[in-house]
Ligand binder design. Structure first.
Ligand SMILES: Cc1cc2nc3c(=O)[nH]c(=O)nc-3n(C[C@H](O)[C@H](O)[C@H](O)COP(=O)(O)O)c2cc1C
Length: 336
């Protein structure tokens, strides 16, 4: 409640209401806090909830993770478990450092509890992340690393690009997420096709669990084909889903923002995510663990994803609107 009444209004006013200014300010504050053990301990005692799970060979203190894209460069790592997250996914990082798309590129749609972003994988590059992680203390919760394709790399050299990142980072992540579903890198989603994905997984699957993050805009036959590749190549699981190119579910004055290019997340994605999670679970007979992400704005949304077969869940947009209280509430509702 304090978050929604006091913290959020302040954050949403920063930078004249520019969403990325608020994001940068928050990350700076969390990075500073990450070096203060007493502050971390205070947060932990307020937010950490035990609801242990085991998935793809890893132990999770609770099944609620931070979704990729929030802390792309891993600058505030200790803050996330202190705010109750049971795992953290950093990235998406690319082999080459890159600036992403021109600003503004992040837009809040508050009446719809949604966000549109076209960040375009702005990140310091895989090498920089590896250096940062090499200098960090162990996180205490599983760390996932999301890998994407550099914008300058043509699609037919994508495998080598992902491999470059993977080689730099393989000693630092507990699992790797292959992001082939961001709508903001031209051509990237084609890597979800059978041949591309087969080559990518053949190169990456090995010592660490590799999960494939999929788009909510795929048809069921396309998802079924992708799942066969994942099973054949030994992927450890699927992360469903990334942001959507669809614009259903916007309400009030947010409707006027529908023309903004980029991926939509938050409440408009809740139903579609549930359908995709249920489909993946059904289609694989539960053989492939699913991380459910998309439109979790209250604990019931997460409960429905668990009921649909998700082993774990992740939050992004819900965390922007509800803060760490949402992490705690979802983790509590997952206790059994
Ligand atoms: C600003 C922003 C940046 C994102 N960046 C990434 C990213 O780098 N890699 C990725 O796999 N997903 C990224 N995502 C997608 C989220 O991880 C998540 O899949 C999606 O937003 C749906 O979850 P939500 O409705 O809880 O936000 C991003 C989302 C937002 C809003």
């Amino acid at each position: 409640m304090i978050f929604e009444r006091v913290v959020r209004p302040g954050l949403f006013r920063l930078g004249g209401g520019d969403a990325e200014t608020a994001h940068e300010w928050t990350l700076r504050r969390l990075a500073a806090l990450s070096g203060r053990p007493a502050a971390l301990a205070a947060l932990r005692s307020a937010y950490a909830v035990a609801a242990p799970r085991r998935a793809f060979g890893l132990d999770f203190p609770n099944p609620v993770g931070l979704a990729a894209g929030m802390d792309k460069n891993g600058v505030a790592l200790p803050a996330w478990p202190a705010m109750g997250f049971g795992f953290v996914e950093v990235g998406t990082v690319t082999a080459h450092a890159q600036p992403g798309n021109p600003r503004p590129r992040l837009f809040r749609l508050p009446e719809s509890t949604a966000v549109i972003n076209r960040m375009g994988f702005n990140n310091d590059g895989a090498e920089a992340l590896a250096l940062r992680l090499a200098g960090s203390r162990p996180l205490g919760v599983p760390l996932g690393i999301s890998l994407g394709k550099s914008k300058v790399t043509p699609l037919d050299q994508a495998v080598e690009d992902y491999l470059t990142s993977y080689r730099a980072l393989r000693g630092h992540g507990d699992y790797f997420a292959v992001n082939v579903s961001s709508p903001n890198t031209p051509g990237l989603r084609e890597l979800q096709d059978r041949e591309h994905l087969d080559a990518l997984l053949a190169a990456l699957v090995g010592e660490k669990p590799v999960l494939v993050k999929i788009a909510p805009d795929l048809t069921e036959p396309a998802i079924a084909e992708l799942l066969r590749v994942c099973l054949d190549r030994g992927a450890a699981g699927v992360i469903a889903t990334n942001t959507t190119l669809g614009r259903d579910g916007l309400t009030g004055s947010d409707v006027s923002r529908a023309g903004e290019a980029g991926g939509l997340s938050g409440r408009p994605l809740t139903g579609r995510t549930r359908d995709v999670v249920a489909f993946v679970h059904r289609e694989t007979g539960g053989a492939l663990p699913v991380v459910g992400v998309g439109g979790i704005v209250d604990p019931d949304d997460a409960k429905r994803l668990f009921d649909a077969g998700a082993s774990l869940v992740q939050l992004y947009t819900g965390f922007i609107y509800r803060g760490p209280g949402l992490v705690r509430a979802v983790a509590r509702s997952a206790r059994r």
